[in-house]
Design a protein around this ligand. Structure first.
Ligand code: KG4
Ligand code: ZN
Length: 337
């Protein structure tokens, strides 16, 4: 696998159609993300059938843009990768089928990539020399995971273990549900983040759930927000948003710190769409500084769904496991081992 340098990567697991060209798992030569948000907004969430059809329309032009921006043609690419799960089945099939077709035509390896592992690898794109042990929080619309990366090197890839996860809703799901309840629209995370800047995070003492030491829970918090607003209809929505966001951030950052202490981590790392949250980023940066650790917070565009992270994860997977067979399928409920 020594010769594999340039990977064309595709991401179509949800409502972003994305393609990127990444060298050596670290250098992003191009990253194109075509968001379908406008198509789904009036339904208040992602409609799977609409997502699949939009991916079919967009994947060709998005791949052409990614190659064009990198000033490459398919024959210059060494491997093609696609996210093969978790995600919406019909949506995943579009990216995986396109990647396999390109791999077949160009006679180069295909690599199926786990979306959650890709969120983990986004940090390497901003900081190529991350030194384990690392405590990583992956918080997205469907998952909330605490991961400890114990080892990592270019030849064998990473050795990591999941040390905590949500017992009910994912953090991003909580943002989306609370935003919908507050009438802030879809997607909820960015809307809550923006409004919270105008509010007081200490206005309302929402509960800080503490299930297991490193597990998360957000459904009680969501109910507390609903109950509070129904009982106090006059409260400023910005204060509700800021107080809710602070409660989510407290839980996420607090447990990341617990995992870091237990693992003796040298750094805190964020990944996933919720890692784009400005208050969470400030909080994790401050926690790291106070504990004498480094903080690696990928740029917001690398936190939300993109294909550059798929290209990063694919490079290590290819080195450690080799190509994925062309008859391998998708796995909508794939987890992080
Ligand atoms: O990783 P991602 O783009 O897609 C999934 O894999 O799910 O994450 C999307 C989630 C959504 O729930 C969205 O509301 C949330 O990330 N999100 C945010 C922010 N930007 C996106 N949540 C809080 N603050 C943000 N700035
Ligand atoms: Zn994601």
């Amino acid at each position: 696998m020594e010769t594999v340098k340039t990977i064309l990567a595709l991401e179509t697991s949800c409502d972003e159609t994305a393609a990127a060209v990444v060298d050596n798992g670290r250098r992003v030569r191009s990253s194109i993300v075509s968001s379908q948000v406008d198509l789904h907004a009036r339904f208040g969430g992602v409609v799977p059938e609409i997502a699949s059809r939009a991916h079919v329309d967009l994947i060709g032009p998005v791949i052409a843009d990614a190659l064009g921006e990198a000033a490459l043609e398919l024959r210059d690419v060494d491997a093609v990768a696609a996210c093969h799960g978790p995600g919406l089945a019909g949506a995943l099939l579009v990216g995986v089928s396109a990647a396999k077709a390109l791999a077949l035509v160009a006679d180069i390896p295909y690599v199926g990539v786990n979306h959650l592992e890709a969120h983990l690898y986004a940090a390497w794109l901003d900081e190529p020399d991350l030194e384990p042990p690392l405590a990583v929080l992956i918080a997205s619309g469907g998952h909330t995971l605490l991961v400890v990366v114990e080892e990592h090197d270019d030849d064998t890839g990473g050795r990591y273990r999941v040390v905590g996860q949500t017992v009910d809703d994912a953090a991003g799901e909580a943002f989306d549900k609370v935003a919908r309840f507050l009438g802030l629209g879809y997607p909820g995370g960015p809307a809550v983040d923006a409004l919270a800047r105008k509010g007081d995070p200490e206005a309302i003492p929402f509960p800080r759930a503490m299930p297991g030491e490193t597990d998360f829970s957000f459904s009680g918090l969501k109910t507390a927000v609903v109950n509070h607003v129904q009982r106090n209809p006059g409260d400023a929505v910005a204060d509700v948003a800021a107080s809710f966001q602070a409660a989510v951030g407290d839980q996420l950052a607090g447990k990341l710190a617990v995992a870091a202490d237990e693992a003796g981590a040298t750094a805190l790392v964020l990944g996933g769409g919720v890692a784009a949250n400005s208050a969470l980023r400030e909080r994790v940066a401050a926690d790291a500084a106070a504990a004498g650790r480094r903080a690696f917070l990928p740029a917001p565009a690398l936190c939300t769904d993109n294909a550059a992270m798929i290209g990063a994860a694919a490079w290590w997977r290819l080195r450690s496991d080799g190509p994925t067979p062309l008859d391998a399928g998708i796995d909508p409920v794939l987890g992080l081992a």
